[in-house]
Design a protein around this ligand. Structure first.
Ligand SMILES: Cc1ncc(COP(=O)(O)O)c(C=O)c1O
Length: 400
């Protein structure tokens, strides 16, 4: 076995290994974190938390941003803010990391999974609207699922891989049926839909600042909204729902979802570099696209005419009949060459933990899951390392 073989959990650098997506520390990270250490503001109170929240609010153009300790926590809080409770239902993208579906379950509610569309791999608005129109009925001023009898409360589209969903038809249906729209923008900081920032298209937006995102706080998340009551409630819920902070009186179940000042300091320094990192991501994407343009059996991810994608993880589709091997064989080939790639997530309607949840026809997501591989996409990926990835993919093609 090659010493370069790369397992799916490989995140380390060094020894010639090219990781999938690792942080890029090239700004004021050291300075800001040192400021926390020097001032002793290292925990969940401190000036960087507020600055971080303000920067994210400015980035998306929202009135309020509330920091959390993860994107998953942000999604959980968003679900609670939207009034989603036990036995309600929420439409969720099936082609996604599992966090948004889990967040719905944390509240005792149920996801109904919606397929991806084949062009840009985002929640298919036609299938979402079709489900609302044909699979549900309007009763006593609310929308109910005809099969489960449960009430529909929200739509939760995920902007996957740095590309926005086609959100306008989703918003239109949500207004028609009085549903909240919670955007999962965990992977898409800086992406735009028809010129507007993702995370600020619906009622609530959620971001992740996990280490593999375009910018990181080491870990962390943010809820953004224009609704002042929701912003206040988000702060309340994420800080243990203290009704009297002196006497420690609580009237609701709260959570310790606070981001630390240390993490916020890192996040602030990273956000200052987001514009530059987006340029790098788009350059990486353009190089991959050009390299695979004429490679038979490899289809590259696209950018919609109405979108500005940040190409969080550059992803290709491998057509076995034309390319000569399937995506998982190519994955192993890349691993043997010391290159970390990754399939897309198991579509959530197939996940055992969400068995029993209803779904639209999800054949597109299933095909994408079989064919897709995400390639190294770190902001700091060098042209030479990227060429190594390209060479393995081009040299593995049928007939070479
Ligand atoms: C689409 C999506 N939603 C939510 C999350 C959860 O974020 P976190 O890891 O910060 O909890 C992630 C990734 O990590 C994600 O990719």
């Amino acid at each position: 076995m090659s010493k370069h073989i790369v397992g799916p959990d490989m995140t380390a650098r060094g020894d010639g290994i090219i990781p999938l997506c690792v942080p890029e520390i090239r700004g004021k990270e050291w300075e800001y974190v040192k400021e926390c250490l020097d001032s002793n503001w290292v925990s969940s109170v401190g000036p960087f938390v507020e600055v971080f929240e303000r920067k994210v609010a400015e980035l998306v153009g929202a009135r309020y941003a509330v920091a959390t300790d993860s994107g998953t926590a942000a999604l959980h809080v968003a679900v609670l803010l939207a009034g989603i409770a036990a036995d309600d239902e929420v439409l969720v993208s099936t082609l996604s990391f599992i966090a948004p579906a889990n967040a719905v379950r944390y509240a005792g509610a149920w996801p109904v999974f919606v397929d991806a569309e084949p062009e840009y791999w985002q929640m298919d608005p036609e299938k979402a609207v079709d489900f609302l129109e044909k699979g549900c009925e309007w009763r006593r001023g609310a929308l109910y699922n005809k099969v489960s009898g449960r009430r529909l409360k929200a739509i939760l589209p995920v902007h996957v891989l740095g590309h926005p969903c086609d959100v306008d038809p989703i918003l239109e249906a949500a207004r028609k049926y009085d549903l909240a729209v919670i955007e999962d923008a965990a992977e898409s900081h800086g992406a735009r839909y028809k010129g507007r920032s993702v995370g600020h298209l619906g009622d609530i937006g959620c971001f992740s600042f996990n280490g593999n995102k375009i910018v990181t706080a080491g870990g962390g998340g943010v809820v953004v909204t224009d609704n002042e009551d929701w912003a206040r409630k988000a702060k309340y819920l994420t800080t243990q729902a203290k009704d009297d902070p002196v006497e420690y009186v609580h009237h609701e179940i709260g959570y310790n979802y606070r981001l630390t000042n240390l993490q916020a300091a890192l996040g602030c320094a990273q956000l200052e570099q987001l514009d530059a990192y987006m340029v790098e991501k788009r350059r990486i994407a353009a190089r991959y696209r050009e390299a695979f343009r004429e490679l038979c059996g490899i289809d590259s991810m696209r950018e919609a005419p109405w979108a500005l994608s940040i190409f969080w993880l550059y992803t290709i589709l491998v057509d076995e009949s034309q390319y000569g091997m399937d995506s998982r064989v190519l994955l192993r080939r890349l691993g043997e060459a010391g290159i970390q790639a990754r399939p897309l997530w198991q579509p959530l309607h197939l996940s055992k933990v969400h068995a029993g949840a209803q779904a639209t026809d999800c054949s597109v997501a299933e095909r994408l899951n079989r064919q897709a591989l995400s390639l190294p996409s770190s902001v700091g990926l060098s042209a030479a390392d990227q060429q190594r990835v390209i060479d393995v993919i081009c040299n593995s093609a049928a007939g070479t």
